[in-house]
Each structure stands twice: as structure tokens, then as C-alpha cells.
Design a protein around this ligand. Structure first.
Ligand SMILES: *Cc1c(COP(=O)(O)O)cnc(C)c1O
Length: 362
């Protein structure tokens, strides 16, 4: 830990690996011998081609994507995907399934409904304040896709494994857990992730889309809202968010070369989550809000005995160099976002602080 840095548990934008930040700094004035920074080179140059192609290739290797999948970079965040998915993929007379596991799923559903699309909410965990991931869901056999939110950033729940949808392709909002663990991509028609949680800075959304989904895109949509515009132009129909794509490239390189791939990353993430949940479960002072079998590896949500103590906890944490522990404004409480970039040592330091705070205030 560098002296002037804090332990950053922000939910998003969130911590990036220190090695990546150092590399940005070191190569900033002269990207790959160009004599220019990434914010100054043309997106039609060899330098930027190398950046975007390497980001795509590393993503492909890490997730074992075959040639049926396209990796795209689209601006507008995950929120634009809530709109683009039904717009591009769901035709007249067709229907899609949605599972509602919290704020972000609810927003995805709303954006489909705004467009007058036919969707069916096949399961919801709203009955228990979105504290769990629904089980034994009956999916529609004639759905074009099934939309899920793989990790619920605000409530701190995560799908431990992906459901069997009888061959209907899954579309997943993986904004807050993409690259946190390996998974089988075969079940998926589309995966999307706003970069600013686990893979980069704000300003770009990674979209992984299967060829047969691209065939559904109507010609009549405006160019900037069509997946095919991005897939046919290597995400460079217009000027892409060059800096954001560059940072994603460096994060993928870090994952592959420094961490050693997604198996290793998952092992580290499981260890981090175990240490933190064990501390929360060790007494009555801290209380986890997600049901144990639905707990997230990425966003750990918990409460203290009362709101005054929570306020003091968050304040004193900050004074001791632990930032971002306030829960989402819609739910209150505390949340530690422990994305890939957060090392085990940061979790150990946080747990030490939590124990000391409990001794003084419990
Ligand atoms: C943050 C978040 C979003 C919203 O992302 P934007 O890029 O700000 O649109 C959507 N889904 C999930 C799961 C998120 O965590």
C-alpha cells in the first residue's frame, strides 16, 4: 500500500489494480513509441488498433470465446444496454423472460416495457427485499432470451451458478462481476458490463454477443443503436472511448499475466469474501443482509446495530484509510465492494479495523 493511497471499497467507479495505474502513468506521455498519449493518438492509427485488438484477444482467451462471439465496446454504460437489448433482439410477437433481483434488473425491465416489448418477469426476490437469488424458476420455452443480473451490486447478492433455461440463451448484466470467476459462455447470447466496476474506468460498456443474436438486429434502427454497427466496424464506427478501452486492455493483461487467469482470480476472490463474511458472522455486532447462499463475492453488504453506529463506523473507517464503505443511498447500511483489484491484504486490514471498532463500540 502506497502511503498516499487509501483502501478503496467504492462500488463504482471503483479501485483499479495498482500495477495498471502505474503502467498508465509510466507510458502516458509516449504510448508504444508513438510520442503521444492514448488521449492524443488517432483511433484510426496502428497504436490504437493494437490497443483495441489486444483488449479483445485477451478477453476472448480469458473467457474461452470461440469465433461465434463478438467483443464490442459501446458507450452509454450498462444503462444503454437495458434499452438496446430489447430494441435489437426482441421483435413483434416475441417475448423475453426477465428475473428481477434488484434495482438494476428492475431498470432493465422498465426499459423493455417503455418500448412496448412483451416481456415476462418469471421470478423476483422482491418479497424479501431482494436479499436472495430465486431458485427453481420455470422459464418460458418460447422466450427469445432470459435476462438476469449476475451480481446485484446494491443488495450484495450473486448467482452462484447460472440457471438451466432449456436452451433459451441467457443475457446477463455482469457489470459488477465480469472476470471475477470463470464460467461456461455456451449458455449465453449476450453478456454486458459497464467497465467501471471490475474491468476499467467509466465511459464504456463491454458487450459480448453471439452471432445468432446479431442476426436478429433490424435494419431500421439508427446506426448508433444497432449492435451490427459495432460488430462490423470493430467498435469504431465513430470515435470510441479510447482511454477507457486502453485501461481495459491493461486490466486484461494484468488478469492474464500478473494474476494468472480467471481460475486464480476466483480463488483469490473466494478467499477475500470468506475472510470478510467470517468476520461479519463472528458475532452479533455486524449483520450480513444477503441470505448466505446468495452472498456476493464482489459486494459485501452488512448492517451495524443502529444507524448512528453505522454513521460512526463509516466516518472512523475513512479516518483510518478505508473509503467507500457506505451502502447505496437507496438501502443505507454498509457495503464493502471487493472487486478483483482489491488485494487480500486490504480485506485483512479492514477486518482488523472492524474488530477494533466492535471492541470500542459493541
Ligand atoms: C452500476 C451498474 C449498472 C449501471 O451502470 P452504468 O454504466 O452506470 O449505466 C447496471 N447494472 C449493474 C449490475 C451495475 O452494478
Amino acid at each position: 500500500m502506497k502511503e498516499d493511497r487509501i483502501y478503496n471499497f467504492n462500488a463504482g467507479p471503483a479501485a483499479l489494480p495498482i500495477e495498471v495505474l502505474e503502467e498508465i502513468k509510466d507510458s502516458f506521455l509516449n504510448l508504444g513509441g508513438s510520442g503521444m498519449s492514448i488521449t492524443e493518438v488517432s483511433h484510426r492509427s496502428k497504436w490504437f488498433d493494437d490497443v483495441i485488438n489486444d483488449a479483445v484477444e485477451r478477453t476472448r482467451r480469458m473467457l474461452n470465446l470461440d469465433e461465434k462471439f463478438h467483443v464490442l465496446f459501446i458507450q452509454g454504460g450498462a444503462s444503454l444496454q437495458f434499452c438496446m437489448i430489447p430494441m435489437n433482439l426482441l421483435g413483434k410477437g416475441e417475448s423475453a423472460d426477465y428475473v428481477n433481483t434488484g434495482t438494476w434488473s428492475t431498470k432493465a425491465i422498465k426499459e423493455a416495457e417503455i418500448q412496448g416489448k412483451t416481456i415476462k418477469v418469471v421470478a423476483s426476490s422482491e418479497d424479501h427485499n431482494f436479499s436472495y437469488i430465486p431458485k427453481n424458476i420455470t422459464f418460458s420455452s418460447d422466450a427469445v432470451y432470459t435476462h438476469i443480473t449476475s451480481n446485484n451490486t446494491i443488495k450484495g447478492t450473486q448467482w452462484a451458478s447460472f440457471p438451466d433455461t432449456n436452451g433459451v440463451p441467457i443475457i446477463a448484466d455482469m457489470s459488477s462481476d465480469i472476470m471475477c470467476r470463470p464460467f461456461d459462455v455456451d449458455k449465453f447470447g449476450l453478456i454486458y458490463a459497464g467497465a467501471q466496476k471490475n474491468i476499467g474506468p467509466a465511459g464504456v460498456c463491454m458487450v459480448i454477443i453471439k452471432e445468432d443474436m446479431l442476426k436478429r438486429v433490424p435494419d431500421t434502427l439508427p446506426s448508433m443503436l444497432k449492435y451490427t454497427t459495432y460488430s462490423s466496424k470493430n467498435s469504431m464506427f465513430n470515435t470510441p472511448p479510447c482511454f477507457a478501452v486502453y485501461v481495459i486492455q491493461l486490466v486484461m493483461k494484468w488478469l492474464e499475466e500478473t494474476i494468472g487467469g480467471l481460475e486464480k482470480m476466483a480463488e483469490i476472490n473466494r478467499k477475500k469474501a470468506r475472510i470478510l463474511y467470517e468476520a461479519i458472522d463472528s458475532g452479533d455486532f455486524y449483520n450480513g443482509t444477503a441470505q448466505p447462499d446468495s452472498r456476493s463475492l464482489m459486494n459485501v453488504t452488512f448492517r451495524l446495530p443502529d444507524e448512528a453506529l453505522e454513521k460512526r463506523f463509516i466516518e472512523q473507517a475513512l479516518e483510518n484509510g478505508f473509503g467507500g464503505l457506505k451502502g447505496h443511498r437507496s438501502v443505507g447500511g454498509c457495503r464493502a465492494s471487493i472487486y478483483n483489484a482489491i488485494p487480500v491484504t486490504a480485506i485483512e486490514a479492514l477486518v482488523d479495523f472492524m474488530k477494533t471498532f466492535e471492541q470500542k463500540n459493541g
